[in-house]
Design a protein around this ligand. Sequence first.
Ligand code: ADP
Ligand code: GN1
Ligand code: MG
Length: 374
Amino acid sequence: MGREEYCSKINEALRSFAIEGEELSCVPFGNGHINDTFLVVTKHEGKEKKYILQRINHEIFKDPAALMENIKKVTDHLKRAILNDGGDIKRETLNIIPTKEGGAFYKDSIGSYWRMYDYIEDAICLDKPDCSKVFYESAVAFGNFQRRLASFDAKLLTETIKDFHNTPKRFEVFMQAVSEDPLKRAAGVMPEIEFLKNRREDMGLCMKYLKENKIPLRVTHNDTKLNNIMIDKESGRGICVIDLDTVMPGLSIFDFGDSIRFGANSAVEDETDLGKVSLDLELFETYVKGFLKGCGGALTDAETELLPLGAKTMTLECGMRFLTDYLQGDTYFRVHREGHNLDRCRCQLALVKDMERKWDKMADIVRAYSGGRQ
Ligand code: ADP
Ligand code: GN1
Ligand code: MG
């Protein structure tokens, strides 16, 4: 779609939502890899008001109506829990702006799906923690999120992406991409392919433990990157968990693990200087402490013990997903440069290597905070 056509679709979408005031601007916003996000500013009764407008990626989320139904149910549940905790429902969860007809999304004339949220004021999103307090607070917030959803009936949710964190299934898809190799890229990434093949068994362990009922299936976020949480500018607290597209039944250790993969890396997710990539053990410890506190004793002993494995599995899985996308021609994750997915993959694999070096220390840290000693 050309720029002009895209702008006309944005305007069509904007006209369909029940927003207050006259639109002043609408600009691309945030660093998400999946949806198209815009910051919309309007003027209402002399005051500026901000909204988030998003075009839902319906190549990836095949049933946006069911997805929005999930978000409606989850945010309604969260609002009750937040009120119970004495919190502020305007700032501590996403608030859907309805269309003028009362719907949760708008389908435009070419079949794209749009939604709007209230903009969460005086809060920021980070791609790297700027201090350990921020990371601690994000851990508490993701832990709280899990605790607040513990009483939510998982059967009410549609699986928005099938087998999202089914790592063995992801491995099969990866191997298929290697054998089909549509862009003839596999020859250039043999060390990465071998690295992943050598860890096939390790990366299937969490799903094996789930099958054997060693760990429970819960309602989880499934995409717990630091930039999926809003940090209050004044207090530095993790005020609101956002990006609820993948809230589905899942593993607590994967929510923990994805946060570690992203936020406890001493480098950014797409760092090309692999010498800078390492697991920051202080940040790891900080997150363990905050997450266990937020979960409020809800995790079983087995889940707690498996936190390091959750971190390693999410890092391997994410590296494998980036490589799969690179082999398939960069059709899933938004890329900003040639070889971007390969850079992201190499960074994840370097982080896995460092986790393997620090494995005993990771286990010691978790042990020190388990048993309610946080
Ligand atoms: P994606 O699925 O593409 O990652 P997100 O829902 O995470 O999309 O949104 C992308 C970015 O937009 C976030 O990282 C955040 O910076 C910003 N954002 C999203 N929702 C809000 C909101 N309600 N208020 C303020 N900023 C938001
Ligand atoms: C995507 O949507 P975003 O940018 O928060 C992806 C996650 C990956 C992440 C890697 C729906 O997250 O699973 O871990 O990129 N989301 C989806 O940065 O695939
Ligand atoms: Mg996001």
